[in-house]
Design a binder for this molecule. Sequence first.
Ligand code: WTA
Length: 647
Amino acid sequence: MSDKTYPVPAEWAARAFLDADEYAAMYQASVADPDGFWAEHGKRIHWFSPFTTVKNTSFIPGQVSIKWFEDGITNVAYNCIDRHLAERADQVAIIWEGDNPSESKTITYGELAAEVNKFANVLRNRDVQKGDRVTIYMPMIPEAAYAMLACARLGAIHSVVFGGFSPDSLAGRISDCESRCIITADEGLRGGRKVPLKANVDAAIERLGGGVDHVIVVRRTGGAVNMEPIRDVWYHEAADLVSDECPAEHMNAEDPLFILYTSGSTGKPKGVLHTTGGYLVYASMTHQYVFDYHEGDVYWCTADVGWVTGHSYIVYGPLANGATTLMFEGVPNYPSVSRFWEVIDKHQVNIFYTAPTAIRALMQSGEEPVRKTSRASLRLLGSVGEPINPEAWEWYHRVVGEGRCPIVDTWWQTETGGILITPLPGATALKPGSATHPFFGVKPEVVDAEGKVLDGATEGNLVIADSWPGQMRTVYGDHERFEQTYFATYPGKYFTGDGCRRDADGYYWITGRVDDVINVSGHRMGTAEVESALVAHPNVSEAAVVGFPHDIKGQGIYAYVTLMADVQPSEELRKELVAWVRKEIGPIASPDLIQFAPGLPKTRSGKIMRRILRKIAEDQFENLGDTSTLADPGVVDDLVTNRQNKK
Ligand code: WTA
């Protein structure tokens, strides 16, 4: 931990929306009178019919219910597009930068309106109606944003599935929300390599044995794909037949906007459900203040639309604010490790938002690939997805930002809809590695294992004491699981699953997950999911998966595998198991290390002692804690010896 402090630069104090005193006053007002505060800020979006109630929320176990602005009527696509047309029809809404540096284009708000309306009409012609679920499995091309906004326009609920997920993972997500319509592309393109999206959709539907009526295929690479008659349609052909006008459905503030599946500590991924009004108010307000977005700024978030960061901070937040948002199809190291910085120069990017894992990977190539670009347009840097270690922070600040750009280290989750703990560039003195202070309306608390609220400088688990408008409303189709997962551990409070330290200056430092979720390169992976993929292999009898510190990914995936009695461990089998998990879940779930274990440490009641497995994976052999409750303590010695032999 570093306790170095970077004050707000003078130019920032002059230009930012808020300084330190204004932030403090506004924060106080937001927690003292949430109804009054959000009644005012709820007006930042357009309502067809205004809300008359503001906050109606309960965290009480058995009656958890979260409603904001509940009688207001609005439409998210109207807010992201139509509302801007009078003033900004010719302003660029989306800058698209292709995987190949010679491919890029701009889309104005006027063009965005026509594209989204056409897309909505194509969906409508396939009988997609308000409340229907539509699965979007797309590369990072503008049509991904059009598809999301088209759903929002019609009141259909989109479920975007990251293009790196396998047919199996995709199938699970299609069937959980029963989507009958899928939007995809022939192939994706990343780092010069093709991703067989349509073929994966076909395989997913085959696995489901049907249930999908429509597959809309956007042509991206022109690669050959199988088109099933009647079910499948090329988007460009369907779009040619429809008008570019489509009315925006009148939506209640609490009508669902989207489902996004995310990994938890147990079971299969949960469908996190976000609704319309509160989500948009929160996404747009955080985007404005955290990135201090001013008229004319060019803003770039490098996330994929398959993750919540892409939803809130590539599409909905920026477009609701009439911003210019950059969408990047490629990867940081293609064609060279200067790509990010070249894109910044090419499009004169002012605000750049990325993940620590990308910074750590690029740091390895040294300063030269950064220094040879100008980056003079940059004013602000952001970080998201995992704790940023102070070394990476300092490099980002000194090399990428030339020492002049503040870094906003934004802590939040799929469940929170938007940023909860973050600096504001004109208001907050920065400490490298700290997400600093809560955003408006957010009441963080640090609690001990029993739920006792800890005061002052302390360390424990992070909970949020009251609701904010962007909060998830339920787990799709399973409200009981919503209550159990987030409100049962510390009754009456939202449990984040993260550990946290608060220093003597009241700064928050997120220390990482305290549950069985691993954060691999900023992507959430449930250990239970990787385990169930491993045990699905015919040679595996049992598996336990934990995280371990990884220089670039933040955390890596460490799998302990017990084989069937008649199977011998081999290098070949190890490779086969890694490939197996990639195929079952997707490349992001590939185990970094597999240790064959004749036995796993278990309590006498048969529960795997993950605490011990984590320590062994971290090489903390001295620190294994109490092993006396194990059914067979000898198992641990075997594991340690094996691990040490591998080093
Ligand atoms: C972690 C991503 C430290 C955290 C927006 C959280 C962070 C999980 C930060 C959510 C940060 C996200 N500092 N940790 N600035 N941002 N995390 O749902 O563990 O993909 O619980 O949402 O990422 O990941 P998710």
